[in-house]
Design a protein around this ligand. Structure first.
Ligand code: NOJ
Length: 593
């Protein structure tokens, strides 16, 4: 397998202080919705390869690919049936190697997703376990238990699936009789692995090595806080959600918010018996050692919905993972005080373990922030939006999303972009129920709208069918999810080279971020800097030579002439961010130096 170096920069890297991931901008590709290379309406790896130049030009350092492995796609690929192969829908291993080689030639790093908490029920291990006897070795790779009740007809405990419904499914044994139950924190088709079994550990380490040998630069670890369950699997009366934590309390505070009833449930009180158990850390200490066997500064990033930040950073202690997604920042929403608090908390917490912070606003599990920020409660966190729900003010959401990007990209640490962020893409908020594919929608009988709205195929060319999602295909099929008509105005080709477009704004911000080395910088809060009056809607900080000012309010903010005279404007979140009278426009941000 080819080993890749990244020119002089990487060649000069010495210790963890200089590691590439400390300040990297990492772009999340959701393969089925990014670009379709073969015209079947489903994105694929050749599609990713065809857009690497675009990503390079955007100015990102690395790409994280959501799962493209063999999978029945019961949870869009987070149900893996073969960890060592590419699903034919997405291409082949040869397509993966080609993509990786081309990415590395462009000095783009590649991070792949690892799904260690559960397999697909079509994984050969589970097929064997199903056919085997209770108590057998193959069953011991998963979490099988006898049911309660006289005939074992009741589930072993009261745990609920994160996607809704029971977290246990009862098997029909080979002789046709009802048998044992197996645990699945997610869908029925995603049985949880038994991480107390050493065979599971060694198999997953072998999977890590398989992809490390191919040359990947890192792994995003799915449900990184979930693999170890409390001994005895005790009953638990909390409500499980993928998105955990403080947001629940905060949203509940705003009782008038239409989103409050849909806000995620916190699970820390009482503590959950299946998330953030002490035992998970041993797994990451072992993986840290596996990565160390390889050159090239490979990394692990934790998807762990754990709070508070002090608990989250335990996943990124020096001998565990390198990064963890910062969901506190994602959940802060459009609110200066909450965002300031999230930034302060995160930086303090990561400092205690010597790791970099990460910043992220959207991913394939959340309503796009462009849309969330355009709702009447811009700190709300709806679990999907349907035509029956409040519809966002799209223009306002976009204005705020760009200002938030100007804040995020000026912060020290590593920033994650979700595909389409750079186009200002909104959520599809009116998808018909019959088109929805998120298992959470079906399992909750539509109570939870689910995540399809943020997974709609990207618009590349506004004049082509499917907005060029299958660009170059002779007879392109319809994209696997329909795009709303408004996507035409967000198409990449409509924005390319257009001054003031969201795409050009992102390109400019990323180039400046690199020029000023903001990712390696130090944040210093400024008290209402340069303003005539301090204001709770202002967020203001310095990072090295650069000063960042953001106005979260709905009134323009007058800046003092001396303040502006001393500095030049380097970036505007929108063309009219700074008026001729020296006012910072509402919902806008600027960079000055
Ligand atoms: C988190 C992933 O991001 C999500 O898409 C998936 O449904 C769950 N983990 C289960 O794997």
């Amino acid at each position: 397998m080819s080993q890749t170096t990244f020119g002089t920069d990487a060649g000069e890297l010495q210790g963890p202080e200089q590691s590439w991931w400390r300040d990297a901008v990492i772009y999340q590709v959701y393969p089925r919705s990014f670009a379709d290379g073969n015209g079947d309406g489903m994105g694929d790896l050749p599609g990713v390869t065809s857009k690497l130049e675009y990503l390079k030009e955007l100015g990102v350092d690395a790409v994280w690919l959501s799962p493209f492995y063999a999978s029945p796609q019961a949870d869009a690929g987070y149900d893996v049936s073969d960890y060592r192969d590419v699903d034919p829908r997405f291409g082949s291993l040869a397509d993966f190697d080609e993509m990786l080689t081309q990415a590395h030639a462009l000095k783009l790093r590649i991070i792949v997703d690892l799904v260690p908490n559960h397999t697909s029920d079509e994984h050969e291990w589970f097929v064997q376990a199903r056919a085997a006897k209770p108590g057998s070795e193959t069953r011991n790779r998963y979490i099988f238990r006898e049911g309660k009740g006289e005939q074992g007809e009741l589930p072993p405990n009261n745990w609920q699936s994160i996607f809704g419904g029971n977290a246990w499914t009862r098997l029909v044994e080979a002789d046709g009789t009802p048998g044992q139950w197996y645990l699945h924190l997610f869908d029925t088709k995603q049985p949880d692995l038994n991480w107390e079994n050493p065979e599971v550990r060694s198999e997953m380490e072998a999977v890590l090595r398989f992809w490390l040998d191919r040359g990947v630069d890192g792994f995003r670890v799915d449900v990184a806080h979930g693999m170890i369950k409390a001994e005895g699997l005790p009953d638990w009366d909390g409500a499980a959600a993928m998105v955990e934590g403080q947001q629940a309390e905060d949203s509940a505070d705003s009782a008038d918010s239409a989103d409050s009833e849909k806000a995620p449930e916190g699970n820390m009180n009482p503590p959950s018996p299946f998330f953030d158990q002490e035992g998970v850390h041993e797994i990451y200490r072992a993986w840290n050692q596996v990565l160390k066997e390889y050159d090239g500064d490979r990394m692990l990033v934790a998807e762990a919905w754990v709070e508070p930040a002090e608990r989250l950073v335990r996943y990124i202690r020096p001998d565990e993972m390198q990064q963890a997604f910062n969901f506190e920042f994602l959940l802060a929403g459009w609110d200066a005080e909450r965002m300031t608090a999230a930034i302060t908390n995160s930086l303090a917490a990561v400092e205690s373990v010597g790791a970099p912070s990460t910043w992220v606003m959207s991913n394939h599990d959340t309503v796009r922030h462009t849309t969330r920020y355009g709702l009447s409660t811009p700190t709300g966190f709806p679990k999907g939006i349907s035509a029956a729900d409040e519809q966002p003010d799209e223009a306002l959401g976009l204005l705020r999303a760009r200002a938030a990007a100007a804040i995020m990209l000026a912060l020290p640490g590593s920033a994650y972009l979700y595909q389409g962020d750079e186009l200002g893409l909104p959520e599809h908020t009116t998808l018909a129920a019959e088109l929805r594919q998120d298992p959470a929608f079906a399992r909750t009988k539509g109570e939870e709208i689910g995540r399809d709205g943020c997974r709609v195929p990207l618009p590349w060319y506004d004049q082509e069918p499917g907005y060029g999602f299958s660009h170059g295909s002779v007879e392109p099929s319809q994209p696997w999810l329909p795009q709303p008509e408004s996507f035409a105005s967000y198409a990449a080709d409509r924005q390319d080279g257009v001054p003031g477009s969201t795409l050009e704004f992102y390109r400019e911000a990323l180039a400046l971020r690199s020029e000023y080395e903001l990712g390696q910088g130090v944040l210093e809060w400024l008290e209402a800097s340069g303003l005539h009056q301090p204001d709770k809607d202002i967020l203001s900080f310095r990072n090295g030579e650069l000063t960042v000012l953001a106005n979260f309010g709905d009134q323009p903010l007058a800046l003092s002439t001396e303040f502006l005279e001393d500095r030049g404007v380097r970036l505007r979140s929108q063309p009219k961010a700074l008026t001729e009278n020296g006012e910072l426009a509402p919902n806008s941000a600027i960079w000055l130096s």
